[in-house]
Write a protein that binds this ligand. Sequence first.
Ligand SMILES: Nc1ncnc2c1ncn2[C@@H]1O[C@H](COP(=O)(O)OP(=O)(O)O)[C@@H](O)[C@H]1O
Ligand SMILES: [Mg+2]
Length: 292
Amino acid sequence: MHLTVLSRSASLHTSRRLIEAGRAQGHRVRVIDPLEVGMGLGGEAPAVYWRRRAFPRTDAVLPRFGHATQRYGLSVLKQLELLGIPALNGAAALAASRDKMRSLQLLAAAGLPVPRTVMASDPANLREMARLVGGVPVLVKLLAADGKSGVMVCESLQSLEAALEAILGLGEDIVVQQYLRGARGRDLRVLVVGGRVAAALRRRPARGRFSRTLRRGASFEAAEVPARHVEIAAEAARVFGLEVAAVDMLDLKGGPLVFEVNGTPSIREAESACGVDVAALMVARAAELARA
Ligand SMILES: Nc1ncnc2c1ncn2[C@@H]1O[C@H](COP(=O)(O)OP(=O)(O)O)[C@@H](O)[C@H]1O
Ligand SMILES: [Mg+2]
């Protein structure tokens, strides 16, 4: 089978792992930079080119492009889908998951538990916003148009006001969320592939830090997840229509709250902490979709 990984570079960890896993399963795997793809519409059929030639034969596509190439990358992905090529994940699902506000809306509408959240484009009604999420401290999540994100904890209404003025003044959107204290060690990431849980991790920030990313020194360990969490993770992926998803939740006493779903998760942490070959599962699912 011919698999195409849409990624800026074959040397990125997950792209490299997909190449290895694909070859191990007897497929041909090619990494194509979405920015080198041209598209045409309005003729007989949608056209797609790579480096000005016909796009190579592809039985399934695995998007791995980042936020920087998001808009064009999603168009390329959509074009391939229009040509009937199955995608892991599809453009619509990926686009929804990359929008923090849309994501929470989708999850909540499906009846999945999410943290109390408010969204606004002007800071006028600050006191009310804080009240709706249960009062300070609150977590402010920045949603920059370029996909960059960041979070900050605001302990008082004054710091919330200052943060909102600054961020909204820059023309970026924000969500204000109930700050779930004691979340340290309660951060669960469940990787779902093809509707099934492939791995589950607990993420812990480095001492004195907030960030749960590898880059910022966070640590990861394999986690046992209760059946209810498994169900919620699988349902979250299904709601988005994501074949591959990292469902991030805070595991609290009253039950888990899902705060983010990522359609192009790094698989490095899950593979090393859980000893699961996530790339192989992704390739197997892509091949399954291609055969169907
Ligand atoms: N409501 C919350 N209360 C406490 N901690 C949170 C909450 N939401 C997210 N976090 C923590 O903050 C981190 C970053 O939040 P996230 O929504 O994943 O933003 P991003 O990944 O875009 O930076 C998460 O990994 C999680 O551990
Ligand atoms: Mg996150």
